[in-house]
Design a protein around this ligand. Structure first.
Ligand code: ADP
Ligand code: MG
Length: 694
């Protein structure tokens, strides 16, 4: 149960004065639907009206506040649609205040003739005179508090005015409770940080541009709160999982020995090291959840397969889940020979299995006649019963949301879990996203891979590139040609891919295929399979080919409008070639002129193939918020912290969280109780639920 003290800020924003359902809907878009969301949404800018020039000295167009005498009202003649004017002056000159659609009675009250007033706004030149159209504020000089000299500016959306958002947030702030301190007293003092309430108010009341920095003491304090909540929650989830006993899986190695003997290559040092970590986890009685991070082509599949064999040696079953049908089929194919060599039974189950065939497979699975079930999420659907499932591999984890990961592991017995991702994530980010898992990294690639020759070429020279494609195809090579598809519904981009398809088909005939996101799964698969079989030489695609697929004979990757892709995405695409001993190349076609960031991105790709390095650079160029954006599901979004800036705070938060869990695992000390409030404040109810009452 959420602590009562937080209830006022967990109310709906409609509880705030002046916020009805319509405004609430707009606020929900920029901040969230509860009052706390406003508290946790810091200003992105500020308005400074503290400049106090005289009328004659005021620069045009700049925001300033003036002390003036109201000389004379000049209302428009009755029936004429002219503006209402009020003439004011100070000792240096005159200015005209201009009001359209004005209400005379209001203006006479606000600007009484002969009195002094503060007016704030921008002065403009109007045929030689000075005028101010619709001052932002008019105030009595005896009540200067009616005119805020500094105002925060919040993220906005169409229809939501700055004033409304500001008022809502100010009202939200007035409801922010004083909370018991959850930070360690010594640490707080060493950092020179204020209490939460003070820091919160201060972040929302910037009076200089510097106050908007992510590095103010107040902002750092709030960022640290958020990071600590994140790290604490992850460690609690992890601890709760470890406590749920898994089973000790310890095979005798006889299947693994057969498989390794049948491998046409030696495992790399990285692969061996990762396998040792996995086998140790499996052998321990605790439940295993381990992430294997390895760049495209680093050889994760064989690692997964050998781990599954260990489970089978121990008399259990294993499941291997891939994000797409095509990838599942590829795993099935590429592992087929090894399965035969080790004498185990591997079967595939996808959404396409129907009727009697599916029923038979399910029966064999339930009877334990299938050792490894490969497939899409279909392998965990209702009605799929395993006889003795002890080990689950999830390939290309970033394609599945975190929620899917959780629902899957709650099913039935608690199998050990191995998740694999080729998305290289900077260490810092891995900590926030995968802090609840153990992580292994495959850092080296199999020997003998030739570097991919990467070039950037302006689109104006596309004819030369097409000519190169023609020659390569004549030599029997295969080519990927990727066109951007920003959104699935983006008709324009689809047209681009179709146009490219038509123009290449005119040149190369029916050895050219097209796949795009609007095709059905089986349509896509049919075309891709023809490419893998070699029936097609050129595959035009929107980014649907990004993940996991393996066509070793493909040697050329062309990306059209490379400037529109993210770094990580380009790296993934390039990873589709260079998968054999043949020399490969990657052509990044860009539309000139390139912006600075796009230029920097393409340069990094030319210079390195190291996915981790690329990820670090990507983070640096984009900032954390963007890096973790919509493209990658399952990552936490921070509102106050920015991991590319608050990196050191994150590491400290990690250590802090570890210490807390060691000393006060149930969060029952004074600080522990305050930390529970912190977790609720950042909506980590999931973690608090794991605690026993107290
Ligand atoms: P990814 O990590 O991207 O999933 P894969 O597991 O698909 O990579 O492996 C890519 C290719 O490398 C496959 O053809 C695989 O057989 C091969 N491979 C894996 N490990 C080695 C190794 N140690 N030596 C040589 N080739 C390897
Ligand atoms: Mg793979």
């Amino acid at each position: 149960m959420r602590p009562e003290i937080l209830n006022p800020v967990f109310a709906d924003v409609t509880a705030l004065p002046g916020v009805g359902p319509k405004i609430a809907a707009m606020i929900a878009r920029v901040a969230g639907s509860r009052i706390v969301d406003l508290l946790l949404t810091p200003p992105i800018n500020m308005i400074d009206r503290s400049a106090r020039p005289k009328i004659a000295d005021a620069p045009f167009g700049q925001l300033a506040t003036f002390l003036v005498t109201v000389d004379r009202h000049d209302p428009p003649p009755k029936g004429r649609r002219l503006p209402y004017k009020v003439i004011c002056s100070d000792e240096t000159g005159f200015m005209t205040l201009v009001f359209f659609h004005a209400r005379a009675d209001y203006l006479q009250k606000a600007l009484p003739e002969g009195e002094m007033r503060l007016v704030s706004g921008r002065i403009e030149d109007y045929s030689g005179g000075r005028q101010m159209v619709h001052p932002d504020y008019i105030a009595d000089p005896d009540k200067p508090e009616d005119m805020p000299l500094h105002e925060p500016v919040y993220p906005l959306t169409a229809g939501l005015s700055s004033a409304v958002m500001r008022k809502a947030t100010a009202n939200a702030l007035s409801r922010a409770p004083v909370l018991d301190e959850w930070q360690d007293a010594a640490w707080l003092k060493a950092q020179g940080w204020d209490d939460w309430q003070t820091a919160l108010q201060s972040v929302h009341q910037p009076t200089t541009q510097t106050d908007l920095s992510l590095l103010t003491v107040s902002r750092q304090r709030l960022a640290y709160d958020e990071l600590l909540a994140n790290q604490l929650a992850l460690l609690m989830i992890r601890k709760a999982r470890v406590k749920t006993k898994g089973r000790a899986i310890k095979g005798d190695g006889h299947l693994r020995r057969k498989a390794i003997a049948a491998l046409p290559f030696d495992l790399t040092k990285s692969q061996k090291h990762t396998l040792k970590e996995v086998f140790d986890d499996m052998a321990a009685p605790d439940r295993m959840v381990r992430l294997v991070q390895g760049d495209v082509g680093s050889g994760k599949t064989i690692v997964a397969f050998l781990a599954m064999l260990a489970a089978i040696e121990a008399g259990a079953q294993a499941a291997f889940m891939a994000p797409t049908e095509i990838l599942a089929r590829q795993h099935m194919e590429s592992l087929g020979a090894l399965a035969t060599a080790s004498g185990i039974t591997m079967e595939i189950l996808t959404g396409r299995d129907k009727g009697a065939a599916r029923k038979t497979k399910l029966e064999r699975l339930a009877a334990g006649d299938i050792d490894i079930l490969v497939g899409t999420h279909a392998i965990f659907q209702e009605g799929v019963e395993y006889q003795n499932l002890a080990f689950v591999v999830i390939d290309e984890q970033h394609r599945f949301g975190v929620h899917q990961r959780i629902s899957l592991t709650q099913k039935g017995a608690k199998p050990d879990l191995l998740v694999m991702t080729a998305t290289p994530i900077p260490r810092t980010l891995a900590l926030t996203a995968y802090g609840d898992m153990d992580v292994s990294q495959i850092t080296e690639k199999p020997p003998g891979r030739k570097p991919v020759d990467t070039r950037t070429i302006p689109l104006s020279r596309v004819d030369a590139v097409i000519d190169g494609v023609r020659r390569a195809v004549a030599k029997g090579e295969q080519v990927y040609w990727v066109c951007p598809l920003v959104e699935e519904s983006d008709v324009l981009d689809l047209t681009a891919a179709e146009d490219r398809f038509e123009s290449l088909k005119a040149l190369l005939g029916d050895r050219v295929g097209l796949v795009h996101g609007r095709m059905s799964g089986s349509e896509k698969d049919t075309i891709m399979e023809r490419f893998y079989d070699g029936a097609l030489s050129v595959l035009i695609a929107t980014t649907v080919i990004e993940v996991g697929v393996n066509a070793p004979n493909a040697t050329i990757m062309i990306v059209e409008h490379a400037e529109r892709f993210g770094l990580a995405q380009l790296h993934q695409l390039r990873g589709r070639v260079g998968r054999s001993e043949k020399a490969s190349s990657c052509v990044l076609l860009y539309k000139a002129p390139l912006g600075e960031t796009a230029e920097a991105r393409l340069k990094i790709l030319r210079e390195t193939e190291d996915g981790f390095l690329i990820a670090e650079e990507d983070l640096r160029l984009r900032g954390a918020g963007d890096f973790l954006g919509a493209a990658q599901s399952g990552f936490p979004q921070f509102r106050l912290a920015d991991i590319s800036v608050h990196t050191a705070l994150l590491t400290t938060a990690r250590d802090d969280a570890k210490l807390i869990i060691e000393r006060d695992p149930d969060l029952i000390s004074e600080r522990g109780k305050a930390l529970r409030v912190l977790l609720y404040l950042f909506s980590r109810d999931d973690a608090v639920k794991l605690l026993s009452a107290g």
